[in-house]
Design a binder for this molecule. Structure first.
Ligand code: MN
Length: 320
């Protein structure tokens, strides 16, 4: 079993680096800090790295302040990338490729479809049926001789909670709920999670929702709702890129639409599309792939070189 192989490897390593993906979400952060706490309790030297800023709603996670923005990879025997479907989304593609080639100790723990990370990793623990990377990490931690305390349980439950949209998405399997019950039994603080993740909406986020909703457009033929957010909007509202995820989830709540797409300008001047669907008959991951992106059946994204033309609430995306 791959997990057993991973566990026997972990026992031999002393210096371990855990890597969070760019534009970090609750799952990648939660699974990483849970793993960190467990490995630390085994007496390992562990570090965590994430190239991007940690979004405010997740600052309550235990040990989150120990995540560093950059670190020397050469100081570690192994790098474990968690919840990352794409080498570019690690934030360190070139350095990682080099590390994998030289040290040959690179582990990929994920629940996205197979990707380019898969090819350079030495161990791939990828389960597309898992609700979240946190769910996979929980199964690993249960096999390690560590005390599964309330901090670990709270972190894992945060990852599952965020990736299932608060147990609303169809990736919530019977196993997911069984694990959630186990986590509560281990002292996971559900109320702290819902308070920080779901209820703490900032003024900036609500203003941004207002802007996106005012530009909402529904294609009657395709039954797709879409909207657009510019970099200027983020500045005007005082919002961050992280808050965009909330916008597309909100757009996806329209019952008779097949999918929701939010377009937004990236800092590099391209257009990134974030897609969501609630329909079992729609595979949004395949659509994203057509445009060179990727993701899950229910949530995916892609980036294109395009220009945005905006006039009051009317807008168009023009390919460059
Ligand atoms: Mn995830």
């Amino acid at each position: 079993m791959l997990v057993d192989k991973l566990i026997s490897k972990i026992k031999n390593y002393e210096n371990i680096l855990l890597m969070v993906h760019v534009e970090p979400d609750g799952d990648t952060l939660a699974a990483t800090v849970a793993f960190y706490i467990a490995l630390k309790s085994l007496g390992k030297k562990v570090s965590m790295v994430c190239i991007d800023e940690i979004p405010k709603p997740f600052l309550f996670l235990p040990q989150i302040k120990n995540i560093q923005k950059d670190i020397l990879f050469g100081d570690f025997e192994v790098i474990i990338v968690i919840d990352c479907g794409d080498l570019r989304r690690t934030g360190f593609p070139e350095r990682l490729k080099k590390f994998a080639k030289v040290f040959k100790n690179f582990i990929n723990i994920d629940h996205h479809p197979k990707n380019d990370l898969w090819k350079i990793a030495n161990i791939n623990i990828v389960d597309q049926g898992a609700s979240s990377a946190s769910e996979i990490v929980w199964e690993i931690l249960k096999k390690l001789p560590v005390e599964l305390n309330c901090d670990i349980a709270t972190a894992i439950l945060t990852g599952i909670y965020t990736d299932t949209g608060g147990f609303k998405h169809s990736n919530t399997s019977p196993k997911t709920l069984e694990i959630a019950a186990e986590l509560l039994a281990h002292g996971a603080r559900l109320k702290t999670i819902t308070k920080n993740v779901s209820l703490n909406k900032s003024v900036a986020a609500l203003k941004l929702w207002g802007v996106a909703l005012s530009r909402l457009h529904k294609n009657q033929y395709l039954q797709i709702v879409s909207s657009v957010i510019t970099r200027q909007d983020l500045d005007d509202c005082g919002a961050t890129y992280y808050e965009l995820a909330g916008v597309v989830n909100l757009m996806n709540s329209i019952p008779d639409s097949k999918a929701a797409i939010l377009f937004f300008e990236t800092p590099e001047g391209n257009i990134r599309a974030s897609l969501r669907t609630e329909k079992d008959s729609v595979d949004i991951g395949k659509i994203a792939k057509l445009f060179g992106g990727g993701g899950h059946k229910k949530a995916a994204g892609f980036t294109i070189e395009a220009e945005l033309k905006l006039n009051d609430t009317q807008w168009e995306i023009l390919l460059k």
